[in-house]
Design a protein around this ligand. Structure first.
Ligand SMILES: [Zn+2]
Length: 274
């Protein structure tokens, strides 16, 4: 999307280094992240007219609004709403989609050059969409560990939170930088600082996985494999073209189950189920 530089004195709308600094100043430990997440989780169950249980079957766009409020308060110190106001884009749009199936969520930004008081200005619009197809496929048929952003999810509400966090990082990048890319270093740095995420990809149940996985290995399986001349045993955390296997290691990264794991990427044919 086309970026229009706005240099009008006193105008604080649009991406800026000040905004980038305000976003990069946000930093939480893994413990703080889990406390704050639990507060949001409990608040959703307590306040949502639809989400009455962790594996809910009904969700409304007002739930996404409620989530936004909780996250902006707990993790962003109100800065997302503040920047949206500065951009004249508050409240932003929230959508639920059944047709979104490859990504668990999507965040969009639109800009349009306009005239304000006879001067050139920019109109901004932001929208977050969450895929209900992926949400509802997950925790329905499969009993296995589901991870989003490298963190394990115990139920559908936790999966929704992980998806939403990912989208909020996109929003934060759009607000601060004017562009966003979850495969780039800036996104990962923000993701680690604010949410203690280990990876930027979701592992919800895709239609492809439902159709059955080649090699008979699914996420959550314990596997054995050889790596750098040694035998390892670990749990499959993610499958793309390779499997991401978490091997317990005192020198590894802390995970939500309180243990430390090292991540090893292994081609699927090299894995043996334990
Ligand atoms: Zn993304």
């Amino acid at each position: 999307m086309e970026e229009v530089e706005n240099t009008t004195a006193g105008d604080i709308s649009g991406p800026s280094t000040q905004r980038q600094a305000r976003l990069f100043a946000l930093l939480y430990s893994a413990d703080e992240v889990s406390e704050r997440n639990t507060r949001i989780y409990d608040e959703m169950l307590g306040q949502s007219p639809h989400i009455r249980q962790p594996n809910f079957t009904v969700i409304g766009t007002d739930d996404l609004q409620r989530l936004f409020g909780g996250y902006d308060r707990e993790f962003f110190r109100g800065r997302l709403a503040e920047m949206l106001h500065e951009d004249g884009a508050h409240p932003m749009g929230f959508r639920l989609s059944r047709r979104l199936t490859s990504a668990a969520g999507q965040t969009m930004r639109w800009t349009r050059p306009i005239q304000r008081g006879g001067k050139p200005a920019t109109e901004y619009r932001y929208e977050i969409t969450v895929s209900t197809t992926l949400l509802y496929n997950t925790f329905q048929h499969l009993e296995r560990r589901v991870t989003v952003g490298g963190l394990a999810c115990r139920d559908r509400l936790e999966a929704l939170q992980r998806i939403f966090e990912h989208e909020l990082l996109h929003l934060a990048e759009f607000l601060g930088w004017g562009k966003s890319n979850c495969r780039a270093g800036n996104f990962h740095a923000l993701s680690r600082r604010i949410f203690a995420h280990e990876g930027a990809y979701h592992d919800l149940v895709t239609p492809r996985e439902q159709a059955g996985v080649a090699f008979g290995i699914v996420v959550g399986d314990m596997v054995r494999f050889e790596f750098e001349g040694k035998q390892h045993v670990g749990r499959v955390n993610r499958i793309t073209r390779r499997a991401t296997v978490l091997v317990e290691d005192p020198a590894g990264r802390p995970y939500s189950d309180g243990r430390r794991y090292r991540t090893i990427y292994v081609p699927l044919p090299m894995l043996t189920k334990v």
